[in-house]
Design a binder for this molecule. Structure first.
Ligand code: AKG
Length: 215
């Protein structure tokens, strides 16, 4: 769903980029791709570590194919807030949800028995790179120990056949009347691959929330 492009149309070419959507389709091994969300991940100087988590457990999507492109607008070294991934963690399905907002005490997913003996790997990247992680890959980002904001943009793609698996409130799905069991597609969640004949337009009331983060 559009989280950013609705507020800032200048990001539309990146969020709707057909090449990225095509790569997402190939990586997921699916025929069609729907936009799930875009987001600016600007981590301010001194910003804390992003707690290790799986994205997919935040959303009513079960284990259907979902993938994120993480696109740095600057070189990102460890001290800027680099991403780290737990190799092979996606093979363990949905683990316990992590409250990355720290409203409650977050579950320490790195100590989940399924991940015993696997270490995270940090990935330092150059400006303009695109790094990808699946919705079930356990990942985190380091703290920003520099004195400048770390500037990153992310686009999350979903298999075009994906259906809503839970009925707990998610504003963009509810706004478009997508009920549990129904295919996810709508104004805020347009098809991006195969490339549509007419480029999608963001809805008038963009969703800045993607739904509960720790049900
Ligand atoms: O960039 C960050 O700090 C965290 C990013 C993240 O968790 C994600 O893209 O899913």
């Amino acid at each position: 769903m559009y989280a950013t492009v609705g507020d800032e149309p200048a990001v539309a070419p990146l969020t709707l980029d057909p090449a990225l959507a095509g790569i997402a389709a190939q990586l997921m091994g699916v025929e069609g791709v729907t936009l799930w969300q875009d987001q600016a991940l600007y981590k301010e100087a001194g910003g804390r570590e992003t707690t290790p988590h799986q994205d997919q457990t935040f959303w009513p999507l079960g284990t259907q194919p979902l993938i994120s492109a993480w696109i740095p607008f600057q070189d990102v070294k460890l001290d800027d807030g680099a991403m780290a991934y737990v190799p092979g963690s996606h093979r363990h399905g949905r683990l316990k949800v992590v409250d990355i907002t720290h409203t409650t005490d977050p579950y320490d997913i790195l100590n989940d028995p399924a991940l015993a003996g696997i270490s995270r790997r940090y990935v330092e990247v150059e400006a303009g790179s695109v790094i990808w992680h699946g919705g079930l890959t356990v990942h985190m980002a380091a703290a920003n120990r520099t004195n400048r904001t770390r500037r990153v943009f992310t686009v999350v793609y979903l298999d075009a056949n994906a259906r809503r698996t839970q009925s707990w409130p998610v504003y963009p799905l509810d706004r478009e009347g997508i009920k549990k069991g129904e295919v996810i597609e709508g104004l805020g969640m347009p098809r991006l691959w195969p490339t549509p004949a007419v480029p999608p337009e963001p809805p008038a009331d963009p969703a800045n929330e993607t739904g509960p983060q720790h049900l």
